[in-house]
Design a protein around this ligand. Structure first.
Ligand code: GDG
Length: 485
């Protein structure tokens, strides 16, 4: 009997965090944009998720399997761990992925470290992912590769099993030709991206940038079709290419935001925070998120508009990320310094302008913060999409709130009508946007929020996944069999 194709997701990290305390390994759920988006897709489907569990060479595969078992059972899909050595982590993860591709694709070339040894580690580690996937995948399965760490994986898989259907989604932006051409191994990266049957970006702008780069090396490549999905012909090969904005499980966030405990907690939060209004920031510790720019904009607001002092507070959650990397430690110190300067300059006996929390909070607590906040402030210098802004709108429900959103987040293209868009490099513009939101009439807030919620509810994560699967495999999510794990 012919086996129905299964869904096999691959990403650099498995959706778990592992830690070792007194020689004992422990596991728990991970947070981050990719996990937030993919979890509802695989949850209880019994598919597979292959990825690195996040440990160096210190852990044994058998220990890891023991820990992953219960987390996997709770998630409703199977984990396939890919083990990496300390050297792989250095050259592949910290190296080519996070010191070349991540900063360059976010237009932050000055943050790149183009050490030549990183490339070998990148290829070697991708080959390790390929071995794990090939051990489990059959040609009926649908392989969904995620993000910049795994660009060469599709080509490697198809080399061994040419019949495999492989698709790729890039969660981060794709840069313009001028920036992309600075990258060593640019030709190899571009070539590997064309090895997938379906290659998808967050926005039309990313897709266009990719195509512009492709045309530099293949001036004769032909594109046919219009809309979200098009076909590209390169000599005797062809592949599909799309742009689909990733999203959230709108219904789940909206119900959580309106649930009794969350509403009650959001009221408590409002009472705990001094002043009439509070702004919420939620970001991973990353220089692409523009946290120092946000703080400078807020400082400028207090400087330019003294009437807002003691009336507005910024609450910033910063989720630890890549903590062992020097640039990230320096960023944390910069944030701490900026916050203490603002608080030193403007605090009064009863008011502290910036509160910050360095660490993760539970999903419920986050929803309560979203619900309570009068404004959400997203100042990414560049962002593939940004899910925080969508979660804020979903949790806020009918309560009046204002989304101030960076023009450089992918989400700005979708949410431009309801959000107040800002250039995060322009402190006066950020300051003005905060002031504008402070005094905005409830009627306008509600109208903007209605538009935002409608747009996010329509293009939710299931819309995204169904469109992705339809373009990539001619199927919908329900067409993949639910299986026991
Ligand atoms: C990449 C791209 C793209 C944050 N703090 C807590 C927490 N979070 C969750 C949020 C949200 C996620 O982390 C962050 O998502 P973003 O989209 O903002 O950012 P990245 O992690 O950089 O994600 C990004 C995304 O991939 C998807 O394609 O949008 O552009 O950079 O879901 O809720 N969750 C909990 N506690 C926290 O303290 N529970």
């Amino acid at each position: 009997m012919k086996r129905k194709g299964r869904l096999l997701v691959v990403s650099n990290r498995l959706p778990v965090t592992l830690s070792c305390e007194e020689g004992k390994w422990k596991g728990g759920p991970a947070s981050g944009g990719l996990v937030s988006a993919m979890n509802p897709v695989l949850k209880n489907r019994g598919g597979f998720w292959a990825g690195w569990p996040g440990t160096g060479s210190g852990a044994r595969l058998t220990d890891i399997r023991d820990i992953l078992g219960p987390v996997s059972e709770e998630s409703g899909y199977r984990f396939l761990p890919v083990m990496l050595t300390g050297e792989d982590v250095h050259d592949f993860y910290h190296g080519y992925s996070n010191s070349v591709l991540w900063p360059l694709f976010h237009d932050l070339q000055s943050r790149c470290d183009f050490s030549p040894r990183y490339w070998d580690g990148y290829i070697r580690s991708n080959a390790k992912f390929a071995r794990v996937v090939l051990r489990h995948a059959t040609e009926d399965d649908f392989i969904w590769v995620n993000d910049y760490q795994l660009i060469p994986l599709g080509g490697m898989l198809r080399e061994k099993k040419p019949g495999l259907r492989t698709s790729f989604f890039l969660h981060i932006p794709f840069p313009s030709v001028d920036v992309f051409m600075k990258m060593p191994r640019r030709r190899e990266i571009l070539d590997q991206m064309t090895r997938y049957s379906f290659m998808c970006f967050q926005t039309g702008r990313d897709r266009k940038n990719f195509l512009d780069c492709l045309r530099v090396f293949h001036p004769d490549c032909q594109v046919s079709g219009r809309g979200h999905i098009v076909k590209v012909r390169l000599g005797d090969r062809s592949f599909s290419m799309g742009s689909l904005p990733i999203s959230i499980d709108y219904q789940a966030y909206s119900s959580l935001g309106g649930s009794r405990p969350v509403v009650a907690r959001s009221k408590e939060i409002r009472q705990e925070i001094f002043g009439e209004k509070f702004i919420l920031g939620v970001d991973r510790l990353d220089y692409s998120k523009g946290i120092p720019e946000k703080l400078r904009g807020f400082r400028r607001c207090l400087e330019l508009y003294p009437e807002l002092r003691e009336r507005i507070t910024l609450h910033q959650i910063v989720v630890p990320s890549r903590e062992t990397v020097e640039q990230y430690q320096a960023l944390k110190e910069e944030i701490e310094l900026l916050i203490s300067r603002i608080n030193g300059e403007f605090s009064t006996t009863r008011w502290v302008p910036v509160n910050w929390h360095y660490g993760s909070v539970s999903g419920e607590e986050l929803a309560a913060m979203y619900r309570a906040a009068d404004m959400a402030l997203v100042t990414s210098l560049k962002d593939g999409m940004n899910l925080v802004c969508k979660e804020y709108c979903a949790c806020k429900g009918r309560e009046p709130g204002v989304l101030i959103l960076s023009e450089f987040a992918g989400a700005a293209l979708q949410l431009s009508r309801g959000a107040v868009l800002v250039n995060p490099y322009d402190v006066d513009a950020v300051a003005g946007a905060i002031r504008g939101a402070f005094f905005m009439e409830d009627r306008e807030k509600k109208e903007r929020m209605r538009y935002l919620r409608k747009s996010i509810a329509r293009q939710n994560v299931f819309w995204w996944v169904d469109n992705f699967l339809r373009a990539a495999a001619g199927k919908k999510l329900e067409d993949f069999p639910e299986q026991a794990i």
